[in-house]
Write a protein that binds this ligand. Structure first.
Ligand code: CO
Ligand code: CO
Length: 329
């Protein structure tokens, strides 16, 4: 995954560490985690972006669900949230902003968290998101860096929302495709995260801007392992494949694929469209879970029981190594 500009710049600055800082900025993880006591660690994360759908209420839901997801990806429970708003007051009405905030608030409440404030600035382009604070037991923090050889990999949502969002912007998406992508993007990762309790889960991350390949590569590099993914087992929205075949591939997805290429070993022939789908930049994508191999089928059954219908076994951790992905059909 292309390193973010913040990571790149902070790497040259004297950022402090602390024994209570359990997850800091160096591991490309989903959120920061700070131990307050032996029982409680604080999770902090922030995310906001420009509208990816036309309906303001749905956009608010998506942006909030996406920000909340990083708490779930660390094994935590969100407690409080702050609105972050960049608002072009001359071009966007208060009604539109109200609908966005209502969508966000509904997701905060669905997560069992409280909205406690926020901040807005005047800007030429509308942006919305949340800063979220959550809690986790310090011994039960899930990071992207603990995957072990023998683990199997589960992905909890289908890929393709980035490609469908591009089609929506280009007015090329069918209403059905848009509805499917929206359903995926507004769904909290709460159920999936709660299913993990009691299982030997070694690593978790959520699939967002770097796509499945990028986030899987972060997990592989952070864990010092090689992953083997079965492309044909990865759940993918059918319309996304259709639009990718038509060339509706967002620039971010293309950049992800290029970046991952050097750490990717492809066995047999995998077409470029499939590679684009595996690299597709997601918004509030599913959790990628590395679970002890002998518990994978039971965890998958629990996910399906709890309504995480698209969850699928998509690969395994196959070797120790500096971080690479083997891709087979
Ligand atoms: Co994340
Ligand atoms: Co994030």
């Amino acid at each position: 995954m292309p390193p973010g500009v913040l990571e790149e710049i902070l790497a040259g600055l004297p950022v402090r560490s602390d024994p209570n800082l359990l997850v800091g900025i160096e591991t490309a993880d989903d959120a920061g985690v700070y131990r307050l006591t032996d029982e409680i660690a604080l999770i902090q994360t922030v995310d906001f972006f420009t509208p990816i759908v036309n309906d303001p209420y749905i956009f608010g839901q998506i942006a909030a669900a996406n920000a909340l997801s990083d708490v779930y990806a660390m094994g935590g429970r969100p407690l409080t949230a702050l609105n972050i708003v960049c608002y072009p007051s001359k071009t966007v009405s208060k009604e539109v902003l109200k609908a966005i905030l209502a969508g966000g608030l509904d997701k905060v409440h669905e997560a069992g968290a409280l909205l406690v404030g926020g901040h807005s600035v005047d800007d030429t382009e509308l942006k919305y998101g949340l800063s979220v604070t959550g809690v986790v037991h310090p011994q039960r923090v899930l990071t992207n860096a603990g995957a072990q050889v023998g683990d199997r990999l589960i992905l909890t949502k289908p890929l393709g929302t980035g490609i469908i969002a591009t089609a929506i912007k280009g007015r090329a998406a069918s209403p059905e495709a848009e509805a499917q992508a929206v359903a995926v993007m507004v769904a909290l990762n709460r159920e999936a995260a709660e299913c993990l309790e009691g299982f030997t889960v070694h690593a978790v991350t959520d699939v967002t801007g770097f796509g499945l390949l990028g986030h899987a590569l972060e997990m592989a590099a952070g864990s010092g392992v090689e992953l083997t993914l079965s492309a044909s087992r990865v759940p993918i929205l059918a319309a996304a494949r259709e639009y990718a075949t038509m060339g509706l591939v967002p620039a971010g997805t293309f950049a992800n694929r290029n970046f991952c290429q050097k750490s990717l070993r492809v066995a047999g022939t995998i077409d470029v469209v499939t590679l684009d789908l595996l690299a597709d930049a997601q918004t509030n994508g599913g959790l990628l879970i590395a679970v002890a191999g002998d518990q994978a089928e039971t965890l998958l059954a629990r996910l399906h029981d709890r309504g995480v219908a698209a969850a699928a076994l998509i690969g395994e951790v196959t070797a120790v190594g500096p971080g690479a992905i083997n891709l087979k059909d």
